[in-house]
Design a protein around this ligand. Structure first.
Ligand code: SF4
Ligand code: SF4
Length: 178
């Protein structure tokens, strides 16, 4: 894989790989680091050594929530969430998108279009079916229902139609970009 792709990715994200001196403060504060197969500091190391493929094939770019904790902690303001976002676009273009992430995203967006907000039970149920994991997390359902953490009936927001239009505009912009 050529380094032009990596250079372009970094330029779009506004990140200079050699601004990072591998202090690890990003990884130390990242709430998702434990589940990532390449830690945020590792993403920057891969960018420094030209290993774009390792970044694009990691689960890291799909698990990053964009919370910006890493940027706040970074002594050089390295914008890792912007890098993760650009990496997700590139990974999708190159066919590296993880099936479970793609399914979850599609179900989540469909849910928002229907109700203007996320209905957790429907999200989990549809995701489990489409991802061929029908029984995943089912043991937690009675506890969550009992404590009101999830509800059987969806609640539509008053602005659901506006939210649907907003998502459709974003989808159009995204297709223009790709
Ligand atoms: S906090 Fe910043 S400088 Fe330190 S490892 Fe992370 S990106 Fe690099
Ligand atoms: S923005 Fe992403 S990489 Fe940075 S701390 Fe949050 S989850 Fe971790």
């Amino acid at each position: 894989m050529t380094n032009e792709k990596l250079d372009s990715l970094l330029a779009k994200a506004g990140v200079r790989q050699y601004d990072c001196y591998q202090c690890g403060k990003c990884t130390g504060g990242c709430p998702m680091a434990r589940a990532m197969d390449l830690k945020p500091r590792g993403v920057m190391r891969c960018a420094q050594i030209g290993s774009l493929e390792r970044i694009l094939k990691s689960n890291t770019i799909w698990l990053c929530t964009g919370c910006h904790t890493c940027v706040e902690r970074c002594p050089h303001d390295v914008d890792l969430p912007a890098l993760m976002e650009e990496a997700r676009y590139l990974a999708s273009d190159m066919g590296y998108e993880r099936r479970d992430s793609k399914v979850l995203n599609e179900v989540f967006i469909a849910n928002l279009k229907m109700f203007g907000r996320n209905h957790e039970m429907l999200l989990a149920g549809l995701y489990n079916m489409i991802a061929f994991k029908p029984l995943q997390d089912m043991s937690s359902v009675p506890h969550m229902l009992k404590h009101g953490l999830i509800e059987i009936k969806p609640h539509e927001t008053q602005k659901s139609e506006s939210i649907k239009k907003m998502i459709e505009r974003a989808e159009k912009l995204s297709s223009v970009r790709s």
